[in-house]
Ligand binder design. Structure first.
Ligand SMILES: Cc1ncc(COP(=O)(O)O)c(C=O)c1O
Length: 410
């Protein structure tokens, strides 16, 4: 198999292009016509695959899906409108009222809110365990568990669970693992090689190529026998290993309508082509900044799994041989110090996104976690004295100069 960068650039030319354009046109349209009634019937029955309506499939979106499939070595990919759409589509397809998922409180705040505020009233229970506590994880799984859900590197805590062990425990119980791989992408972490069944990615982040567009990806790695899931068993009979994606395309993805727009798919396919270059630079910058911050007396703690001082250093070296990505968190003395630090910065932007080309900083406790009370924030590992930085691809000396301004303001 060719290398990652080569596949990112040359993968998935779906059809010869009429004018020989090296970049296929963007099919920014809704409907497709058919030669006769028979052809349109065959397409609707799924007997002759063809694009009919862009909420269901679209050639530009399909190109993104196929490019990601080739890059990740997944069995199939569905592109959706956002990372949250990816997670909600997966859970709504795997689970139902009266069943449960096993997860942890150390997840993205909106994902926690999806489980706790949106899906709970529909009868889905979410069980929260410490993902690094194998006994607790095994004990939480029962015959109503439809998935174990975790993030590859938690944010802002920067915890790395032993993903191989989580997979082994879930599989001993016949339960699939759903991993949010947004902050690593298939470049830093090949989820299939570690036995993960389904990967959800917010392609809004690294893949969009610099915060150009919203998007999400659902990857089925083709490892789980869907006959073991009561909801998917009828699909497994008909579609075999393709059951999950077939169910998505015929139910939640189609009916909830969170489709990817062709224009965004075009931008994200472009983003994929430079993904490895940008991640390498952002990861190298993040490691350099983490090491620099750790040496500053005014900084109390730096959380970055690429630092030798991190409790997750050894595990990260094994799981992420190309590095641990561009996000780090650090603690000052108080919220007031965090605000003073942030407000003194002139290059680093105060904004809530991650994995942009620009370096961004955020005070999580007063922003993304502001809807949670102090006890909930403590349970989620979000300290009031913590800042999160998503490191971009600028020259690292300029970033250090800016952080020096932040420290000088304390
Ligand atoms: C880890 C993680 N997963 C999912 C999401 C949701 O992605 P989106 O904003 O594309 O819906 C985010 C957004 O910040 C995230 O950080």
């Amino acid at each position: 198999m060719k290398g990652f960068a080569t596949r990112a650039i040359h993968g998935a030319q779906l059809k010869p292009e009429a004018h020989g354009s090296l970049r296929p046109p963007v099919y920014d349209n809704v409907a497709f016509e058919f030669a006769d009634s028979n052809q349109i019937q065959l397409a609707f029955e799924g007997r002759k695959p063809a694009h009919a309506y862009s909420r269901i499939t679209n050639p530009t979106v399909e190109e993104l899906e196929q490019r990601v499939r080739i890059l990740a070595g997944a069995q199939g990919v569905v592109a959706v409108s956002s990372g949250m759409a990816a997670i909600s589509n997966i859970i709504l397809t795997l689970a139902e009222a009266g069943t449960n998922i096993v997860t942890t409180r150390w997840i993205f705040g909106n994902t926690f809110s999806l489980f706790e505020h949106t899906l709970k009233p529909w009868g889905l229970e979410s069980r929260y365990v410490e993902m690094t506590d194998e006994k607790a994880l095994a004990a939480a799984i029962d015959n109503k568990t439809r998935a174990v859900f975790l993030e590859v590197i938690t944010n802002p805590q920067m915890q790395v669970a032993d993903i191989d062990r989580v997979v082994a425990i879930a599989h001993e119980h016949g339960v699939p693992v759903v991993l949010d791989g947004t902050v690593t992408t298939p470049y830093l972490f090949n989820s299939r090689a570690h036995g993960v069944d389904i990967e959800a990615i917010s392609s809004t982040k690294y893949i969009s190529g610099g915060a150009t567009s919203m998007g999400g990806l659902i990857l089925d790695n083709g490892l789980f026998d869907w006959r073991q899931n009561s909801k998917l068993a009828p699909y497994a009979k008909k579609f075999g290993p393709g059951a999950l994606l077939a169910a998505l395309r015929r139910e939640v993805y189609r009916n909830a309508g969170a489709c990817q727009s062709p224009h965004n798919a075009f931008l994200q396919t472009l983003g994929l082509e430079t993904l490895s270059l940008r991640i390498d630079k952002s990861t190298a910058n993040a490691l350099a900044l983490a090491q620099w911050l750790e040496a500053q007396p005014k900084i109390r703690v730096v959380n970055y799994p690429g630092l030798k001082s991190s409790p997750y250093y050894e595990r990260s070296q094994r799981l992420f041989p190309r590095g641990v990505g561009g996000i780090l968190t650090f603690e000052l003395a108080s919220r007031a110090e965090c605000f003073a630090f942030q407000d003194a910065l002139q290059l680093v932007r105060r904004a809530t996104n991650i994995n942009d080309n620009k370096t961004l900083i955020l005070h999580p406790a007063s922003t993304i976690f502001c809807e949670f009370d102090e006890n909930e924030k403590a349970a989620m590992g979000v300290s009031d004295a913590m800042l999160r930085m998503s490191v971009g691809i600028e020259d690292v000396e300029d970033l250090i100069e800016d952080l020096e301004r932040g420290l000088a303001a304390l």
